[in-house]
Design a protein around this ligand. Structure first.
Ligand SMILES: *Cc1c(COP(=O)(O)O)cnc(C)c1O
Length: 349
């Protein structure tokens, strides 16, 4: 890898990927039929490995989609009857609300980037609450306490969580929501092109009660296949294999979360010692641990200086583009790459 890539998605992939691709080729996985024993065994292994490494509770079902974006539609089509309520403070949460609003009635609760999730504002007329756990565009996170409060106050409703840039990097308490999903090109450190969806027993029950079956990606269809360790359509079997292999090699989410918080401390030391940089998010309590959004004097100049140094920094996103850079704090990034970035920032900020 010539460049140290800190883009928060698509992002640096795990460095053993080339070996795993070779293994997949040698084992015949790449051309496996998705109704074959070989494939079903891979599915069983992938589900059990992820459940073990990410601490997914018993009874939760894991299914594959093409992307996080597809999950937005699946939730609206297959799990929403009355309507969904969207809590957001940035671009991804807003996009989710907009995709849903094309399909079902939606209510939106917009909150500021320094505020905790306003859990008190729940509408009676909705059955699904939609939360972006880690808002990749502005580097905010929803605190576990907020999810807990939302859960306790809304036991009759489903809670769906976009964990695209935190699943695999943050220890999630899956019992606090019913639908969790992510694409693989962020914290999971894989090439883009697949989504993972994790469904609570209640979410599965609701999907079957609604029974929406009009689409190729209707959730009942996906779940029926998942129970047989199969998929509706011919899936991205290489990506499933790479997910299984990288997670099998992982030391588990506790170890990873600890590693990422140690790196955050390193970044923090640097940021607090420099006048030319500050966090976009001032409230530490809602600051992401997997994505940093930093206000700097001239993001364009800094990014091009970094490139000459062999470092790719992330652009700011949406309204924050002209004033910020983003840095991924994802597990696949190497410690020596973090050292290199800190050395660079120390010189140039
Ligand atoms: C990247 C991202 C998405 C979109 O992912 P796709 O794979 O392009 O569908 C959705 N939500 C969040 C929070 C993201 O960071």
């Amino acid at each position: 890898m010539k460049m140290a890539n800190f883009y928060p998605g698509p992002s640096r992939v795990y460095s053993h990927i080339t070996e795993y691709i070779y293994e997949a080729y040698m084992d015949g996985v790449m051309s496996a039929n998705h109704r074959s024993e070989l494939f079903m065994d891979l599915m069983v292994k992938t589900k059990s490995t992820l459940s073990e490494k990410l601490c997914i509770p018993e009874g939760y079902e894991l299914v594959f989609t093409s992307s996080a974006t597809e999950c937005w539609e699946i939730i609206a089509q297959s799990l929403t009857q009355k309507g969904s309520q969207h809590f957001y403070n940035g671009s991804f949460g807003e996009k989710w609300a907009s995709y849903s609003s094309a399909l079902v009635p939606t209510t939106n609760v917009h909150f500021g980037i320094n505020e905790v999730l306003p859990t008190g504002d729940v509408s009676e007329d909705v059955d699904v609450l939609c939360v972006t756990h880690n808002e990749t565009s502005n580097a905010t996170i929803v605190r576990q306490e907020s999810l807990q409060m939302l859960r306790e106050e809304n036991l009759g409703k489903l809670i769906a969580v976009d964990a695209t840039s935190s699943l695999g990097g943050v220890k999630l308490d899956f019992t606090l929501a019913d639908v969790w999903y992510a694409s693989v090109q962020k914290c999971l450190g894989l090439p883009a092109g697949m989504g993972v969806m994790i469904l609570s027993p209640k979410a599965q029950e609701v999907a079957y009660n609604i029974g929406e079956g009009n689409r190729y990606n209707s959730l009942v269809r996906i779940l029926d296949n998942a129970k047989k360790h199969q998929t509706v359509y011919t899936p991205n079997v290489l990506s499933i294999y790479l997910l299984m292999r990288t997670q099998k090699a992982s030391k588990g989410i506790d170890y990873i979360a600890e590693k990422l918080s140690r790196r955050l401390v390193q970044y923090e030391e640097l940021i607090s010692s420099k006048a030319g940089v500050s966090h976009l998010v001032e409230n530490e309590a809602v600051r992401s641990s997997t994505v940093l959004a930093l206000k700097v004097d001239d993001p364009e100049v800094l990014k091009s200086q970094a490139e000459e140094y062999g470092i790719i920094l992330g652009n700011g996103y949406g309204p924050w583009k002209p004033s910020t850079i983003r840095i991924a704090n994802f597990p696949a990034i190497k410690s020596r790459e973090v050292e290199k970035l800190i050395g660079f920032l120390d010189k140039h900020l």
